[in-house]
Ligand binder design. Structure first.
Ligand code: ZN
Ligand code: ZN
Ligand code: ZN
Length: 359
């Protein structure tokens, strides 16, 4: 059994649980190394806190599960068997069972019928493990960060007035793969007024000279780890002076947050040091989202860098620092880096220039 499974059992015991049930997704990949497809037939890690784990898989998936190198017994079921009864057999007497947060509702209800247990979500246990990255995970995030930096370094090849956001986005998506990812997770090319919508993706809008363009990119590497970095570009021409002034404030806010984040400070304090700078400049109302999110096998995971979180940062915690300002219908900007807490400071994994990049 791997150390991650042993650790999961310990933390689950501390939480008063008798077992964890984990279906395909990042939690399963983290705990077992098996990147299983989420399909209609049940695949489920059964991890009792006392006793041996098992991986329940459809008979036709046994070869795939074995090929992934999982280090635990595989229990298969045939096309007409009831896999939920099989899970229940492994969990006799379990009174309190946690299921992964992304388990399909259909499965949760069928488990509820098959088990005599009270069900809850597994995130309070899983977050304790996944939130602190080990050295191999930090290295994987470093590689992902370098890969997305190489894409940003090439944005000038494609981004120019006269092209649509969609055309630019398609070129960037190809580069995300070429520069070291196996999957494109998202491509945001928000030009002109679209830059004021934080989660705009692409549209058929033709980029104009003088437009600010928010370019937020992310992909997943072979190792399964995600990249996520935003830079704001200026598509030639001259920007609105009010915009330039606000952008300078944003740069200062993001720099202050990078200087502040380290083990021992709260997540909310990282948000606050940047937000205060924007508030003092009269831009507080335009910073309409939290400062950041954790990142690892998923783009958005714990810890969240948000007001109200008194979580103390610890070595190995990886998260985004991405303040922005958004003037509805006019323009917006965001600067986003992924960073990881070291023993006594912060390692920033994205290194592209953070000033407004004039193309
Ligand atoms: Zn986002
Ligand atoms: Zn992003
Ligand atoms: Zn992000």
């Amino acid at each position: 059994m791997t150390s991650r499974l042993t650790r999961a059992q310990q933390v689950a015991t501390d939480h008063g649980l008798d077992a964890l049930l984990i279906t395909p997704g990042a939690d399963l990949r983290y705990l077992t190394g098996y990147d299983a497809k989420p399909l209609e037939r049940l695949t489920c890690l059964v991890l009792p806190t006392q006793g041996d784990p098992a991986l329940v898989v459809p008979a036709l998936e046994r070869a795939a599960a074995e090929a992934s190198g999982v280090d635990l017994p595989i229990v298969t079921f045939g096309e007409t068997d009831d896999p939920f009864a099989l899970v229940a057999q492994h969990l006799q007497g379990a009174a309190s069972v946690a299921v992964d947060d992304h388990m399909w509702a259909e499965r949760v209800f069928r488990l509820q019928d098959a088990l005599e247990a009270r069900l809850s979500v597994a995130s309070p246990v899983i977050r304790e493990l996944r939130m602190r990255k080990d050295a191999a995970e930090v290295e994987a995030l470093r590689e992902a960060g370098a890969a997305i930096d190489r894409v940003h370094a090439r944005v000038h090849e494609w981004l120019r007035p006269g092209r649509t956001e969609r055309e630019v986005g398609a070129d960037i998506a190809r580069a995300i793969i070429d520069e070291g990812h196996v999957q494109v997770d998202f491509v945001i090319v928000g030009s002109g007024p679209n830059s004021a919508s934080p989660h705009h993706e692409v549209s058929d809008r033709v980029i104009e000279a003088g437009d600010p363009v928010v370019v937020d990119l992310g992909g997943t590497t072979e190792a399964g780890y995600c990249s996520d970095s935003t830079r704001t570009y200026l598509a030639g021409g001259t920007p609105d002076p009010a915009y330039l002034e606000a952008y300078t404030v944003l740069e200062a806010a993001q720099a202050a947050q990078r200087a502040h984040a380290r083990p021992g400070v709260t997540a909310e304090s990282v948000d606050a040091v940047g937000r205060e700078i924007l508030v003092d400049a009269g831009l507080g109302d335009l910073f309409i989202h939290r400062t950041g999110h954790g990142i690892g096998l998923e783009t958005h995971e714990e810890p969240y860098i948000v007001a109200g979180s008194d979580l103390l940062l610890e070595p190995g915690m990886a998260f985004s620092i991405e303040p922005g300002f958004y003037r509805d219908g006019r323009h917006g900007a965001r600067i986003e880096d992924i960073a990881v807490c070291t023993e006594d400071g912060l390692e920033v994994l994205n290194q592209r220039p953070r000033e407004l990049v004039v193309l």
